[in-house]
Design a protein around this ligand. Structure first.
Ligand SMILES: [Zn+2]
Length: 308
């Protein structure tokens, strides 16, 4: 029986999922809105998704393992979501890997969602680069690093919490409780909130980016400020880590008006000539499927490394 790997990407707004393998590609991909407000209902949604994939789509193929992406800091020993999950606060304290593994008797590899996006891009799009930095811009701002082919994990608690680095002293209140975090200025959700605060009207992200490129005042003020802060933070991270490839993903890249060259140009302004020489800043080639692909490939990699 052929083995299939499932990838699930839990986001604050949407849950994306699919299955496939690196040999056969992505056989199935779908997403649903995440309207859950507590752990039990989110578990029910995840169980329904896995059952649906198994019953309706697998056609006698066996699920070998599941790669699961979640927002928040994950304690690698206990498998618990321990903190920094400000857009899904109810999820802190859960152990989704363990719960789903017990329910389905299948190995579940749990990783941070930005880490999985970065891993998917490194494994499928940038195989010739062993080290890739990934930044996701959506409801929040996530960041992941694949170093020498593996996801970088801290031995302590969190790592690469770019969205919650301080960019303004005593600045805007962030959903994490701190003031002045990058995420409070530059996430897609924060850009939309800032435009509403400035104009008293709600605009979609598409509208905001379109009006930004039309040079409409107020839109250019807010988006330039958001992109400049984001670019400073990304350039600082490039300088600290010495990476030469950065992949930008997340909800903002799904807007038809998002232009990676604007952001790449701004990031380059903050780099020195040594970093500029060989830096490549790209949109996630796998688009909104990158973290699902990351889940599939990490599940596959996990099984390949098990003793037979
Ligand atoms: Zn924060």
């Amino acid at each position: 029986m052929k083995s299939i790997y499932i990838g699930i990407d839990i986001g604050a707004s949407y849950i994306k999922y699919g299955f496939g393998s690196t040999v056969n590609g992505l056989d199935f991909f779908e997403s649903c809105e995440n309207r859950n407000t507590d752990q039990i209902s989110l578990y029910e949604t995840l169980i329904r998704i896995i059952n649906k994939l198994a019953l309706e789509h697998l056609n006698n193929r066996k699920i070998a393992a599941i790669g699961l992406g979640s927002p928040g800091i994950i304690d690698k020993i206990s498998g618990m979501i321990i903190s920094n999950c400000p857009n899904m606060k109810y999820w802190v304290g859960s152990k989704p890997g363990q719960i789903l593994e017990e329910k389905f008797s299948i190995p579940v590899i749990l990783e941070n969602d930005a880490d999985l996006m970065t891993y998917g891009e490194q494994r499928l799009t940038h195989r010739h680069h062993k080290t890739v930095l990934g930044v996701t811009i959506g409801t929040g701002i996530g960041c992941g690093l694949v170093s020498n082919g593996s996801i970088y994990h801290s031995n302590y608690r969190s790592a690469l919490e770019l969205g919650h680095t301080i960019i303004v002293d005593d600045g805007k209140l962030c959903s994490c409780g701190k003031k002045g975090c990058l995420e409070a200025y530059s996430s897609a959700a924060s850009i939309m909130k800032r435009m509403k605060d400035e104009t008293g009207r709600a605009f979609s992200l598409d509208d905001i980016l379109m009006k930004y490129y039309q040079n409409q005042i107020v839109f250019t003020d807010v988006v330039n400020d958001a992109f400049n802060k984001l670019s400073q933070a990304i350039a600082n991270t490039i300088m600290v880590l010495g990476v030469n490839i950065v992949v930008i993903g997340g909800g903002i890249t799904e807007s038809k008006f998002f232009d990676i060259t604007t952001l790449a140009g701004k990031i380059s302004r903050y780099l020195d000539r040594f970093s500029l020489d060989d830096i490549s800043i790209e949109s996630a080639a796998l688009k909104n499927k990158a973290a699902v692909w990351g889940g599939i490939t990490i599940a596959e990699n996990y099984m390949e490394n098990q003793p037979h």
